[in-house]
Design a protein. Structure first.
Length: 189
């Protein structure tokens, strides 16, 4: 579970660490707080090196769906999609608003990363088995070197988290820790 290398141009993609998710019932667990802290460490490290940071937020279900899983009367608060304060959003960050499971689905993320010359994507956030895994699969399909900061992600379903981190992610990229990524960033050229 050690990262082999940091590319010359990696990007950090943080999935759904947003005010509306943390405000939901069960959204402010100790596990999630640690994930937010680690994601904040990663965002600070990427920004300090002038590397792209994409803060991805979910806005709701995909349009046209008839089997909506959430409450029919759900009306998000105005700040629902805003990144959590701990991530200290910056004007230079890529802000991606999505309605699909993947951060790449019907968004500008891939084009934005290509314009920036990105070859490697580091993923963190929630939920491991939905937004993070879907984004990891799409990043892999787009040809990025995929890195998964497994201690900077969580899922409300522990079995689903385990399945993603132990069975799916090793087939899509490299799984590692926040500390390992920070160490490799510090020693990168």
């Amino acid at each position: 579970m050690t990262l082999s290398a940091i590319d010359a141009k990696p990007a950090l993609v943080v999935i759904d660490l947003q005010k509306g998710i943390l405000a939901m019932p069960g959204g402010s667990t100790d596990d999630l707080k640690q994930v937010v802290e680690r994601a904040a460490e990663l965002t600070a490290a990427f920004r300090s090196r002038g590397l792209p940071v994409a803060l991805v937020s979910i806005l709701g279900d995909a349009p046209g769906r008839t089997d909506v899983s959430g409450p029919a009367d759900f009306t998000p608060q105005p700040d629902f999609a805003d990144p959590v304060d701990e991530l200290t959003p910056q004007p230079g960050d890529l802000r991606i608003l999505r309605q699909r499971w993947s951060a790449f689905g019907a968004t500008t993320l891939h084009d934005d990363l290509q314009k920036a010359g990105v070859t490697q994507v580091v993923l963190a956030g929630v939920a491991t088995s939905i937004g993070v895994e879907s984004s990891a699969r799409a990043a892999h399909e787009h040809g990025y070197h995929v890195v998964l900061a497994t201690d900077a992600m969580t899922d409300m379903n522990a079995d689903a988290h385990h399945n993603s981190t132990h069975h799916i992610f090793p087939r899509l990229g490299e799984t590692t820790t926040t500390a390992d990524i920070l160490d490799k960033l510090q020693h990168a050229h």
